[in-house]
Structure formats: structure tokens, C-alpha cells
Design a protein around this ligand. Structure first.
Ligand code: ADP
Length: 403
């Protein structure tokens, strides 16, 4: 059987993550390797693991060798070529943070699409340029290989207009100031898993809590997003590792007008210095905070739990009831303590926690008698991107899916 490679790329400001999947003739995808180039521009390091998680390469590079995304793509490409030289590269799928209001599906990238994605840079200036730089670098290195853009926002385009609006003068909405929502590839993956893992709730009202270093929640009705806690940017909603979550805009006015903070100062404060790190003064990592005896570490954990519970309540109200809850991502998948705290506070919804199942990590962590079943489902955004990429290539649908 001949296999071909589908490469998944997730490019950020200082790191490039990639996953290598083998696609066989039956269009089945198997993970072959996951890699990461960290410290771009500071301390570049390539680390690759195989499908079992064993390290296959770990190598440091001089700063001059990996100055940006283009160098990182070249490096990853050279490694891939060496390791998978007899298997042709079928396509590259990219995680692209913003698809704006117009893109509700993944799409094959041509010059026109690329130009449209460039137009969206002002909506995600911290992420979109790196995603596009990766696309450009692959195009330069391998112009014949098709590339696919998969958006973090696309899955939420099904939400009703009321969940798309901010109560600002209408022209802001028209010009793109909308409630987009993010983590869409993760929610799409979970929605796709529900019919297998939890068929009893897959057609119902489900709240998914994606709790990682970035965190958000999504309300699903019959597998479609109807609302989510992140909005115009990935800053809104619940507190995160270094982001504050929802903040009274009056705080920002105060910081600008009374304290003289600039746009760059605010960006640093809101993206890098707040959230669990800002509150605790110790760490952005939930594991560190859970182990710490410092009162402010414990307060940061309580804050995280409190505002997650509050958002579950809000989304339950939006859905008019809840048929199931799902936890996913780093904290959601691995922290039985955080799940227990959150679920104890959700007892009013009829949730009853199965302590032993929770300690085991699920998959179902509610008791038989629980009014609402609760599940832990590991997410896989990379596999979602690989599936979309393969599907588009196989179906030959290069259409723009503008809607
Ligand atoms: P990202 O948003 O970067 O993809 P992840 O979903 O991988 O993040 O989540 C990473 C975070 O998950 C870490 O920063 C850490 O706080 C948290 N985490 C991982 N394992 C555990 C654990 N066993 N207990 C508590 N928190 C954990």
C-alpha cells in the first residue's frame, strides 16, 4: 500500500509546531511524528517525537540559523525530507487563526485566498502574520504542493447573529468588530467525536470546556457552535495562563487615560502578564499553582474555577438547559482536581461526580445517576487539520467557500 504524507503546520511568533501524518489509499490518517521548533530568534531548538511519544530528534541551533518562520520551515522541511524521503508530500495543512466573517470552512490556498487572508491581519496582528509567513515559506520551497488553511474561527460561524454582535454603533460590526470565537478546530474535533464517545448527547445541548494555557468554552447544539466565550480576540471569557479573560473595558480606559499605558503596554499586559501568572505572581502553569502553598496561588486557582463555573452557567442559560458537559485540553484532560472543583460548583445543574472515574481521567466522569453526563475527551486539533486537508485534496474542491 502506498502512503503519502500530510504535514500539519502551526506557526507562532517564537515557535513552529508540526505534525506528520501518513495517509493510505483508504484515506486513513496515522500520526507518524510531532515536532516543534522553539525559541525562534532566541534559542532555537528542534524536538521531534514519534507516534508513541519517544524522542527521535532533539537538537539546538545557533540563533543566526533560525531567525524566523521561513528558517524554521526550511529546517523542518530538511528533517522531513531526510526522515520520510521515500514518501511523497501530498499536502500541507495550516492552522490559521482568523478566517474573518467570510470563511466558515477550510480552503485550498491560491493567490486570491492568500490575499484575502492578508486582509485579515488587522483582526489578529499577533498571530495571522506568522501563519501566513509559514504558508509563503512552504510555497517558496515546494510550489507544487497544495496548501490548505484551517481556521480557528470557522467552526463558530454557525452561531446566530445575536452571538456575533457587540452593542457598538453598527459601522463597527460592518467593519469586522465581531464576536468570532476561537479554538474552533478543537471544538469541531470534539463535536466529531461525540457520536462515538457519547452518542446519547451528540444531538443535544453540550457545553465543551477547552481548558489549556488558552481557555474557552463553547455551547454546542446538535454538534454546531451556538455561542462561545472568546470573542473578537482570544482575550475574552475565562482567565487563562497569562490572559485575564473578560475585563471591564473601563479598566482599559483607566489604564490608558490615567496611567498612560500605550497600545504596546496593554498588549503585553493582556497577553503575557495577566491571568494565572498575574494573579499568583508565581506561574502561568496550573500544575505549579496546584502544588503551591502560597495564598495567591490558591486564589488564582479559585478564580479560574469561579469564572469557568460562571461561564458554564451563562452558556447553560443560552442553550436553555444542558444535556452534557465535556472537558478537554491540558487542564481539562489532565487535572482531576480542577474538574472536581468545577463540577462540585455545578451540582445545581444536577451534576454528580464519579470520584474514581474522575481520578482515572474518564472517559465518563459522572455517576450513573447524574442528571447530566460529564466526559473527558482528549482533543486533537492537528488531526482535525489533517482530515480537512486530506478531504479537500481528495475531493479536489479548491472552491473558496465564501459565505
Ligand atoms: P495550549 O493552549 O498551549 O495548547 P495545553 O492545552 O497543552 O495548552 O495546556 C497546557 C496547560 O495545561 C499547561 O500550561 C498546564 O497549566 C496545564 N496542565 C497540563 N497538565 C496538567 C495537570 N496534570 N494538572 C494541571 N494542569 C495541567
Amino acid at each position: 500500500m502506498s502512503s503519502r504524507i500530510v504535514l500539519v503546520v502551526n506557526a507562532g511568533s517564537s515557535s513552529l509546531k508540526f505534525s506528520v501524518f501518513r495517509a493510505d489509499d483508504a484515506a486513513t490518517l496515522q500520526l507518524a511524528a510531532r515536532g516543534q521548533i522553539d525559541g525562534i530568534g532566541t534559542r532555537p531548538r528542534l524536538r521531534v517525537t514519534d507516534a508513541t511519544g519517544s524522542v527521535v530528534v532533539e537538537r539546538d541551533f545557533a540563533v543566526a540559523e533560525v531567525r524566523g518562520v521561513k528558517d524554521a520551515i526550511r529546517l523542518a522541511g530538511a528533517w522531513l525530507h531526510e526522515r520520510f524521503q521515500h514518501e511523497p508530500l501530498l499536502a500541507v495543512g495550516h492552522r490559521v487563526v482568523h478566517g474573518g466573517a467570510q470563511f466558515s470552512h477550510p480552503l485550498l490556498i491560491d493567490a486570491e485566498v492568500f490575499a484575502a487572508l492578508e486582509q485579515l491581519i488587522p483582526l489578529a496582528p499577533l498571530h495571522q502574520p506568522h501563519n501566513l509567513a509559514a504558508i509563503r515559506a512552504v510555497r517558496e520551497a515546494q510550489p507544487q504542493v497544495p496548501q490548505v488553511a484551517c481556521f480557528d474561527t470557522a467552526f463558530h460561524r454557525t452561531h446566530p447573529q445575536i452571538a456575533d454582535l457587540y452593542a457598538l454603533p453598527w459601522e463597527y460590526y460592518e467593519s469586522g468588530v465581531r464576536h468570532y470565537g476561537f479554538h474552533g478546530l478543537s471544538y469541531e474535533y470534539i463535536a466529531a467525536m461525540l457520536p462515538q464517545v457519547a452518542p446519547g448527547i451528540s444531538d443535544g445541548r453540550v457545553i465543551v470546556a477547552h481548558l489549556g494555557s488558552g481557555a474557552s468554552l463553547c455551547a454546542l447544539r446538535a454538534g454546531k457552535s451556538v455561542d462561545s466565550t472568546m470573542g473578537f480576540s482570544p482575550l475574552d471569557g475565562v482567565p487563562m495562563g497569562t490572559r485575564p479573560g473578560a475585563l471591564d473595558p473601563g479598566v482599559l480606559l483607566h489604564l490608558i487615560n490615567q496611567r498612560g499605558l500605550s497600545g504596546a503596554d496593554l498588549e503585553k499586559l493582556l497577553y503575557r502578564e495577566s491571568g494565572l501568572l498575574g494573579l499568583s505572581g508565581i506561574s502561568n502553569d496550573m500544575r505549579v499553582l496546584l502544588e503551591s502553598q502560597e495564598p495567591r496561588a490558591q486564589l488564582a486557582v479559585e478564580y479560574f474555577v469561579h469564572y469557568t463555573v460562571k461561564q458554564i452557567g451563562a452558556l447553560a442559560a443560552v442553550l436553555g438547559g444542558v444535556d452534557g458537559l465535556v472537558f478537554t485540553a491540558g487542564i481539562g484532560e489532565r487535572s482531576s482536581v480542577i474538574r472536581a472543583h468545577i463540577l462540585q460548583a455545578c451540582a445545581w445543574l444536577g451534576v454528580s461526580l464519579d470520584t474514581a472515574a474522575n481520578a482515572r481521567g474518564g472517559p465518563r466522569i459522572s455517576t450513573e445517576g447524574s442528571a447530566i453526563p460529564v466526559w473527558v475527551i482528549p482533543t486533537d486539533e492537528e488531526l482535525m487539520i489533517a482530515r480537512h486537508t486530506l478531504l479537500l485534496i481528495i475531493s479536489g474542491k479548491g472552491g473558496h467557500h465564501v459565505d
